[in-house]
Design a protein around this ligand. Structure first.
Ligand SMILES: [Zn+2]
Length: 241
């Protein structure tokens, strides 16, 4: 990994890096502001100057696009000099459920990624999520997997396998508390109960390798039940601020 310094202390000069477009804002005469999420550099806003032709960067400043971005750091600002699209994930853009899921994941990132710090684990997870959606993996499972892996990259994920109170490996059912799962010994009345099937689905969705997830997720019937646990994972992002 190239040890990039924090953004403010980035040296003047050119940087070439792969990544994706998180957001884009029109800045009138000044062109566009583009929020990139780049390998080894993390999330950063760059100015994509207006040109006589609107198509200066082609579709490369569209959110969800992946590519190679050529960025110039002047003393005060970052500019996009060029961009080459590597993948635009058309199968995701052309399917409402896949697109809604992808947008949900993209919208979450600006608020939780640390500015000026790389997070290649989260970037890799985002790429994998789009590959999985493109390949017809169920959106609910892709979303749960991405949320847990993003939390893991931030050091905030609850354990999928061990009791948060006593550390025992969870067998059978469990209970949910604010910090994760409680084994049957540590649980108390009135907490949400999670049955064994749900535990196994969550464990597989979060922990399988990308290749195994691609195969397993398409064979899983009961994937809708995982949506409520995606909401549970979302609550862990509130620990960031
Ligand atoms: Zn326990």
């Amino acid at each position: 990994m190239i040890p990039y310094p924090e953004l403010d202390s980035l040296e003047q000069g050119y940087y070439t890096q792969s990544g994706t477009v998180l957001q884009r804002k029109e800045s009138g005469k000044n062109g566009q502001s583009v929020h990139l999420f780049l390998k080894d550099m993390g999330p950063l806003w760059v100015n994509a100057p207006a040109a006589t032709s609107k198509t200066r960067f082609g579709g490369a400043t569209e959110p969800l696009v992946w590519g190679t971005f050529y960025v110039y750091k002047s003393p005060g600002k970052l500019y996009m000099k060029n961009a080459e699209i590597r993948e635009d994930f058309l199968p995701v853009r052309n399917d409402p459920v896949k697109l809604t899921t992808a947008i949900k994941l993209y919208k979450l990132l600006p608020g939780v990624l640390l500015k000026g710090h790389e997070n290649n684990h989260a970037l890799n997870s985002l790429w994998s999520a789009l590959v999985q959606l493109s390949n017809d993996c169920p959106a609910e499972l892709v979303e749960f997997r991405f949320l847990w892996r993003l939390l893991r990259s931030l050091g905030l994920c609850p354990s999928m396998t061990h009791c948060v109170n006593c550390g025992t490996y969870i067998k059978g059912s469990a209970e949910i508390c604010d910090d994760g799962f409680l084994c049957s010994k540590c649980s108390s009345n009135g907490r949400t109960s999670v049955n064994n099937e749900e535990i196994l689905i969550m464990q597989a969705a979060a922990l399988l390798s990308h290749d195994k997830f691609m195969i397993w997720s398409k064979k899983t019937d009961n994937n809708k039940i995982i949506s409520k646990y995606s909401k549970f994972l979302m609550s862990f992002f509130s620990n960031i601020n």
